[in-house]
Design a protein. Structure first.
Length: 69
């Protein structure tokens, strides 16, 4: 859960330590509609940890995009 009372630099560090799954981003309708970089990834369900320590999460805003062809 996000703590809005903590300094912005701490929130940014928490955000930088988490990222959405790249496969999900590649097939997400929301990527076409908007920039998702400001979403609270640190508050989303963790899937795994990368070798560099970054936590990969399941994006709560993921919407599967189906190609029309």
């Amino acid at each position: 859960m996000t703590n809005h009372n903590e300094p912005a630099e701490l929130r940014e560090k928490a955000q930088a330590a988490h990222r959405p799954s790249g496969q999900m981003c590649a097939s997400c309708l929301m990527l076409v509609v908007r920039n998702c970089s400001k979403l609270p990834f640190h508050a989303m369900k963790p899937l795994k940890r990368d070798a560099d320590g970054t936590i990969v999460v399941r994006c709560d805003n993921y919407r599967k995009w189906s190609h029309p062809c």
